[in-house]
Design a protein around this ligand. Structure first.
Ligand code: HEM
Length: 142
């Protein structure tokens, strides 16, 4: 999905605030994904699924850090996420259908925590960004 200059501007404007508390926001998005889409729990067999568990917060931070890193390479998301793409495709083999579920929950958490900044243009930009990241992370499946 092609990100416009305006999309890129909105992504770069909001990502640092999300990344500043990646454990909280990423953890909240994962926690919601696990509640709303319980099948996703099967990929994390060793996790404690309680709210604010250490594992959920730590993993949430990893996910948000990866998104933040990608937001610094918006002209080469595929290159900057190549290793993560290998991991999800070859080792984890996460069903691609799960990516929109996580993306949805990330959007919900951002909307709740940044209601003013989450205007329609930011909503659209983040939606496209997360779709692009999902495409990259599922691009090596065969
Ligand atoms: C691991 C990012 C989507 C399942 C990871 C890691 C990162 C990451 C940064 C850690 C890699 C490492 O430790 O080297 C992302 C991003 C996603 C995404 C940015 C999309 C926005 C998903 C989805 C699932 C998933 C949808 C499944 C529902 C996993 C699992 C691990 C993992 C099972 C390994 C966890 C562990 O053993 O600690 N992901 N991921 N990921 N991801 Fe993803």
């Amino acid at each position: 999905m092609l990100l416009s200059a305006d999309d890129k501007k909105h992504i770069k404007a909001i990502m640092p605030a999300i990344a500043a508390h990646g454990d909280k926001f990423g953890g909240e998005a994962l926690y919601r994904m696990f509640i709303v889409n319980p099948k996703t729990k099967t990929y994390f067999p060793s996790f404690d699924f309680h709210h604010n568990s250490k594992q959920i917060s730590a993993h949430g931070k990893k996910v948000v850090d990866a998104l933040n890193e990608a937001s610094n390479h918006l002209d080469n998301i595929a290159g900057s996420m190549s290793k993560l793409s290998d991991l999800h495709a070859y080792d984890l083999r996460v069903d691609p259908g799960n990516f929109p579920l996580l993306a949805h929950n990330i959007l919900v958490v951002v909307a709740m925590n940044f209601p003013k900044q989450f205007d329609p243009a930011t909503h659209k930009a983040l939606d496209k960004f997360l779709a692009t990241v999902s495409t990259v992370l599922t691009s090596k499946y065969r």
